[in-house]
Ligand binder design. Structure first.
Ligand code: SF4
Ligand code: SF4
Length: 194
């Protein structure tokens, strides 16, 4: 289905109830495709336009069974140009990237890969899940998203491993390299802006 057709389809009856702002970026789907094409083949990203809103993706989504996450709705927002609503949608972070939907989509939409691109764009705009920000802060401070604690040390010992793994924990001077990497790539700035 062409982009224009998808937009018209949405105009008739599929207006997302979350689209409260009324702000529309009619080029948003193209923006997503352009960004995704940096990392994936362009033809894969173009599959976004083929979404026919059938909901098969939602039907098999393990996250959707437990959370408010509905991948079909996020694609509708994107196709309709509701950029802010799509990128600010906190449920965007509930996808586990298990790829079930991507395997099942009848239109072969590269669903999960597109979600990853949407998250990428969301972070760029400063919309990041609070828990993820917290994890990033741990990475900046300790060089690990999950710093070691006494319980893990004990388990490691019981397994016959060194109490401290051969990572930044053992070589604290390597934290300088982690700090440099997150600074030079602009990652730290993005997280701190969120
Ligand atoms: S299964 Fe594919 S075509 Fe159907 S709503 Fe999901 S992404 Fe769109
Ligand atoms: S990849 Fe995400 S949206 Fe797709 S089925 Fe898995 S959790 Fe659901």
């Amino acid at each position: 289905m062409a982009f224009e057709e998808a937009k018209n389809l949405g105009k008739i009856k599929l207006i997302p109830k979350e689209a409260k702002t009324g702000k529309v970026n009619s080029r948003f789907a193209e923006d997503v495709i352009n960004r995704g094409s940096i990392f994936f083949p362009r033809k894969d990203m173009e599959t976004l336009k083929a979404c026919m809103q059938c909901g098969v993706c939602v039907g098999g989504c393990p996250s959707g069974r437990r959370t408010a996450w509905r991948i079909r709705r996020i694609f509708l927002k994107v196709l309709r140009g509701f950029e802010d609503d799509a990128l600010k949608d906190e449920s965007l972070w509930e996808c586990t990237t298990c790829y079930t939907c991507q395997e099942r989509c009848l239109r072969k939409v590269m669903t999960t890969d597109i979600v990853r691109i949407l998250r990428n764009l969301a972070v760029e705009k400063g919309y990041m899940n609070e828990n993820h920000v917290r994890v990033c802060m741990l990475l900046f401070k300790y060089g690990h998203a999950v710093p070691i604690n006494e319980k893990i040390k004990t388990v490691r010992k019981e397994l016959g491993l060194d109490e401290i793994p051969p990572t930044v924990h053992k070589y604290p001077e390597a934290l300088n390299e982690v700090s440099l990497l997150v600074k030079e790539t602009g990652f730290r700035l993005k997280v701190e802006r969120s």
